[in-house]
Each structure stands twice: as structure tokens, then as C-alpha cells.
Design a protein around this ligand. Sequence first.
Ligand SMILES: Cc1ncc(COP(=O)(O)O)c(C=O)c1O
Length: 918
Amino acid sequence: MNSQTGDGALPSIRDYYSATQLRSDRWSALREATEGLLRTGAESRQGKKLLKTAADLFDSLQPIEAYWAFPGGASFAHMRRLLENGNYEDLQTSVRRVSRALTSGAYRRRTIPLTSGEADNEDYEDEASLSPEARALGRPYFEVLIVDEVNEQQERFLRHSLQRMARPEDPFVYEAVVVPSLEDALIGILFNHNVQAVVVRPGLALKSDNDLPILNQYLKWVGDDEEVDSIQPYEYGPEACRLIAKIRPELDAYLITDRSAEDIAGLDLGRCRRVFYNQEDFLELHLNILRGVGRRYKTPFFTALKEYSKQPTGVFHAMPISRGKSISRSHWIQDMGAFYGPNIFLAETSATSGGLDSLLEPRGPIKEAQDMAARAFGSKHTYFATNGTSTCNKIVVQALVRPGDIVLVDRDCHKSHHYGMVLAGANVVYMDSYPLHQYSMYGAVPLSEIKHHLLKLRAEGKLDRVRMVLLTNCTFDGVVYNVQRVMEECLAIKKDLVFLWDEAWFAFARFEPTYRQRTAMSTANTLREKLKEPATAAAWEKQQAELDGASEEVWLTTRLVPPPDARVRAYATQSTHKTLTSLRQGSMIHVNDQDFKGEVEQAFHEAFMTHTSTSPNYQIIASLDVGRRQVELEGFEFVQRQVESAMAIRRAVSTHPLLEKYFKVLTVADLIPETYRATESKEYYNPKQGWTDKHTMWAEDEFVLDPTRITLAVGGTGWDGDTFKTKILMDKYGIQINKTSRNTVLFMTNIGTTRSSVAYLIEVLVEIANELDDLLDDASKMERRSFQNRVSALVEHVPPLPDFSCFHPAFRAEGNTPEGDIRTAYFLAYDEDNCDYLDLDDRLTERLEKGEELVSTSFIIPYPPGFPILVPGQVISPEILKFMRALDVSEIHGYRADLGLRVFTKEALDALVNKTSA
Ligand SMILES: Cc1ncc(COP(=O)(O)O)c(C=O)c1O
């Protein structure tokens, strides 16, 4: 976003999604205005205008700066005085230095002199230009938020008292910011991502005087006005600690109180790390603050590996690459050594002793690293995996599902689950996600569909065999479940159900409060607490009386309450490498299962052994450890920035007149039908109304859209999704994307996405649109018609997505429920004599339409959409065949165009049916 509009006016605050961007742009605008003032003086017409702009900018920055330690209240007031006194030269120097230091982050490394008398070598200001080694040598910087209503002098005293405690041997440096109230503390922790610790002092007030809407939006987390007003003054401190724990659980809170220890002992203080009774013990506070941050900074395995790599060792073991020996002595592979540098080889070893550990039986630094990850991600146990979530999924399924157990699975889940079902011998109920025919995509499985299957299984007396519900959250396209609601309502039907949430794409969600509430681990913790509350038991009893003898329809439409003795059993698998810092294949399994210890632990161990290599890659494990450190210290900042980048793309595409002609960013309403939205919000950004309040949507709707995943409809360009991805974005502009559908492409932002990469993407889209405009300008009538035909083929004639048909009776259990034994079908196909191949031609369509039952032997997975449209044992419906024939993708796994579709012979199926009935 430009810092100023063409006529010199500032963009309205309404245009900003985040206060962080607003702050950064306001400083750039102030810098431009003060530079202009220095050039023109204040007397000319232009000068007067600039003077007013600068004064306005100071006004708008004033309430914002109150939450940041740099440049700080005193320096800010000083700069303002320079403006009022007409000292434009000094003003321009100070503002330039502040603005540069904010952009480059230089204030984190050194004191920035703000007066022109003090020399400042600005060449050193650019953090990005420092070598990684130089950056690693510096001490990390953070800010401490002190909450206390004090006057200016007392504030100075507080800040200086802490500052005086700093010692050269301290591992970190920090600055303090003082805010007066509980509400300001919340704005502070949600706005200032530098804050790592909060010190709540007894003098804090309740309300904030700040009335800037872009900041006050953060107060939604506090509760409604009535709730806030009912908090008693003696509760302000403890309440602040509780709210900090709820909103940013990774932060350290310290409560300083003058109440008696006995009074405090019985209170819920969130995750408050220490209570201090002596307000003036600054050394103790300082040491605690450093220790608290140090706890998160610690990386047991990464550190152990670094230490190990420094030790001289003779290798009489496997791995000639260890310590680079096979490379340094080589005549032919020296370039590998040069490319990777020495450390990676020094850190390569197959040893599990000497300070290292074994992933298969961790007792040392890997165990410690996993325990720290459990803390960070809110689980009870966390396990690292070095071969991706594909493996994590198989481990969890094998650990929990016994042959014959019924598992409810979303059909468009990742293929690792389908293979997991084969391995475990599960009876699978495939659930359909709601389709988005227009975009050739699926949404997610509606709760009514899940409940419907559970109720049917209950009616058939099979509920005791139902073991697990398996769902993908969020989906590839960014559809996010209401995890709490799903778990509560399913537990109301079966109280010991296990949930496996595939969060391959959702590891980052833990570190932003809006997202966090829809993650498996956070929900499991919330539910554990909720089930203990007497109100839950009362609500359940009341509802049971109402539901006595009620029809399935009533159960379906009632918001079900779980019984108080329901068991919370949640597992989440996350590809850390997809959304956070980790080397490829670094994944984690998070466990929050009340019955894990007694029932599952041993089986989990066996399943882990089944799928884990005995030579797991240490670099991946170390990167998981470091990735955990990062999210505990700056996950919030990075996720916030990622959301901002994504919102910037959404806004830019929906407001650019040229882009609108050929592209559309799919909105919440495009991807989530109205029936699944309780709120009326249709999009994140609307040119007329500005930004939508994400908070309410995420609290209430059945499904919400992860804004960081941007689906762009490209049918209007006349190119299908795949061509647009490879021929245009990749080959022409070097932009990589992952998923496409027939007429869409998916842009995924991540925690590394920068404002300049966003700008580049928009630039490229504008260039593509310009070229299309030119092309159509010069096109003949016929060419234009051909373009229109291509567009309408892509936009209007999209083959409808087929639902799951059914398993053939040979693989289906007794009764009226749809579960199928996928494993028997899978292995039946190992014998070629049981299989036949059929061409996908009109004759096959005729055979199906005549009612012949043809059954797939294998998984058929077209890319896109990337999930099986047929699984072993599934009956091929005319709709599936039609969809396959209409698919114009080149990649269909499990299908050989030279042979045709592989199906079971009638004899094989009959033999199986006869065997089963005998
Ligand atoms: C939903 C889902 N689950 C699991 C996986 C597998 O993850 P990994 O690549 O870490 O093995 C993927 C991969 O794309 C996925 O999309």
C-alpha cells in the first residue's frame, strides 16, 4: 500500500487490515513529509500542507506508539516538539532514523541515536545485509510489557530499575513498555509482537483510554462490556493473567501483588510463571524474565547435535558421509561438499550416544525436545516424525484401529489415510464433503453428514464398533471445521470416540488466537475443562430428557451436548515442514487422549516402530526442535504477518479494475455455502464496507475460510488451472504454486511470505491481464469467439463431482450401513486372475447404465483434485465414469491409459460373496 495517496492525503485507517501495517506506513509517510518540509520550508503552500500532514501523522501515531518500546514516549514527544519548534533538519534526521530502524529491525541490536549531533552509521542499519553468522552472534531482543497505572516519573523509575539489572552475561536484551490497564495489556500483547513477558503490577486499571478502532478490535477477546464491568478491582491482576494465558499462552506472565499469599493461592492465574510479593525486587524479576524466555529459547536436540559435531570422533560405524570423510577424499563429488558446507556433514551421524538420542526410544535430548513441543502445541505428548505426515497418519490409525473397527473418514482426505485403513483392516465409512461443482472442488464434511452416519450405525446396533472419526482440518483449500462443535456433538452420540484431525496444513494455527480455537489440541484442552463443569452435566441431563424417544431428524437438528463422562480423545498430525520452519518431511503427532496411558501407549509404540526408520534423519529432528523454538518466540508475529500478506492479496485483486476482468479471489461465500454460515459475513474484504470482523465468524460459523489460502478463479483467462500454473506462472514468471482445479489455482502464503513477494504477485497478475487485454484488442472476431468458448467451457461446463457410490456387497458388512472392508478388496487385487481391464469408452457407459456392477480394484487418484475417486472394492457409478472421462488432466494415479480401468472379475466377486455367506 502506498504511504500516501496521489493527492498527498493519507490512506484511511479503514483501508488497513492490521495496526502493524498502519504503523509502518505512517512512519514512512512521516519520513516523506519531514523530508519534504526540509526541502520546501513551512512557508510555501506545499510546505503548509506538509506541516499539516506531519502534525496529523504525529496525532495518529501517538496512541499506537504507546505500546512499543522503540522509539519510546520520550523520543516521540521530542520529535513532536522539533516539529512544533520548526527544527525541520533535526526532525528529519530523527524521523529518518526511526523509520529506517523500524524497517530494518536495527533497534533490536543497538541504541539508535535520534539527535543529529550523534553520529550514526546508517550503513549498518540494514539487518538483511548482515551475514547469518553476524546475526547469530547478537543477543536476541524482546520487550517486556509492564501493566501499571503510573505517572511519567514512576514510569521512568520502573523502566530504569529493570534496565539497571542488565548484565553483560545476560543471554538476551530487552526494553520495557509501560501501559496502564488490563485492556491496554491485551492490546499490547496482540499488537506488539516483540513482547515476550508481561509484568502485572497491583496498580493496574481496567479500561483503556485508547479509542482507536484498529486497536480496540483486539478487545473482543476480553468479553462483552457487561462482563468487563463486573470485574472487581482486586481481580484485575489475576484476570489479566488468565486472559494472557488464553490469548497468548506462550508468553510469560508475572503477577506482582500486595494481597496475601493465602488469598492468591486459591486463584486461577492462567499460566502465570511467578507471583511476587515484593514490588521492588527488580533483580529477581529480571532473572525470572530471562529464565522464562530462556526456557522457550532452549533447543535440547539442536544444541546436542551442535555439540556433537564439534567433538573429534573416529568413525568406525556406518555412514561414510559422516564428518564429510567420503566427500573430502573424493575426486568426483567435491562439489557436494562445497554446496552444503562442512557443518551438515559434521552433524551427520548414526550414533545415538555421545549426548545424542534415539528417536525410537527417546530418553535424552529428543525426549526433552518432544516434551517442549508438547508444551508449545498444547498436547499431552508429542512425537517427532522424519518422514512426513503421510507416516504420522498411518502410525495413529494403526495404533488405534483394530481389524473390523469402523472408522468414519472424509473421502477427499490425503491418500495416506486410505492406505492406513488398508493396513489396519478398518471397515471404512466414507463421508462426502459438500461439493463446489462450479470450481471442481470439495469443501469439507458437514456435521449433519457425520451425525447421520453415527446415528445410522447406532440404529443398526454397531456403535460399539465405531472407533474413530477422521477429518482434515484445514482442507487443502482452506476450509476449517468448527472442531469443538464436531467433537461435542459426536461425543453426544458415542462418548469414547477417537478423533484424528489431519492438521498437515495447520501447524501454524496454534500461534494466533483466532485460529487456535479451531485446532484439535486447543479444543481438547477446552473440552477437558468444560466436561468437568457442573453446567455441562446439567445441560446434558436436561437435553437427554428432551431427546427421549426423539427421531433421527430431531437428533440431527439439535445441537447435541456431550455427557459429562465423555472421554476426550484427540490426535493431530501436522506437517511442520509445510507451514513452519522445518526441513522437508519434519512432522509431529500431537496426542491429547485421556485414555492414552492405559489403553493406547503400547500399541502406539508398536505402530511408531512399524513405520519409523531405524536411521531417522538427525537434521530433520534438529529442525523440528528449532522450529518449535521459533513458534514459541515469534510464531505469533510470523502468523500475523502471513495473514496480513494474504489479506493484502485479497484486497488488491478485488479492488483492481483490470484484475477483476479476468480473475476472482474466491470469497468465504464462494467456498462455504450459506447453510454452513451462522453469521452473515460473505468475504474478508469488501470494497464498500472494508474489512470484515473475522472474530465472530470464527467463533460461530460451522465452517470458516483460512484467509492465508487464496483460491483464484482463472477461468476468465481462457486457461485451465493446470495450464495457468505451469505455462504462465511457473515458466514465464517463476512463481510456484501447488494446487489447481479445473478453473482455479491456489496461492498459499506462509510465514516466510513478504510484502514484496505479495507486490510481485500482484504485478504479475496485472501484467497477465494487460497482455490478455492487448491480445483481445487485436483479435479477429473468430479469435474472440474462440476465447469466449474456452472461457465458458471452463466456467460453465464443469463436470459435476461424483459422490462416493458404495462398496460392493462382497466387501460390505451386514445391514444398512455403508462401511466397507477395503483391505480384503486391496489384497484380492494382488492376484491378476481376479482382475480385468476395461476401456473408458461408450461401451462401458452402456454397461453401467444397464445396471451392471463393476468394481474398482485399486485407488484411482486424479491430480487435481488429488484424492481417490475410486477405492478398492468401490462400485463404479455412471457419474464417476462420466467425471473420469471429462477429466482433462494428464496425471491419474492407479489408472493406465494403455490398459484401461482395472476392475474385479465377476467370478472373483461371486466367489467372495459365496465364501462370506457360507
Ligand atoms: C491433508 C494432508 N495430509 C497429509 C499429507 C501428507 O503430508 P507429508 O507431505 O508431510 O507426508 C498431505 C500432503 O500434502 C496433506 O495434504
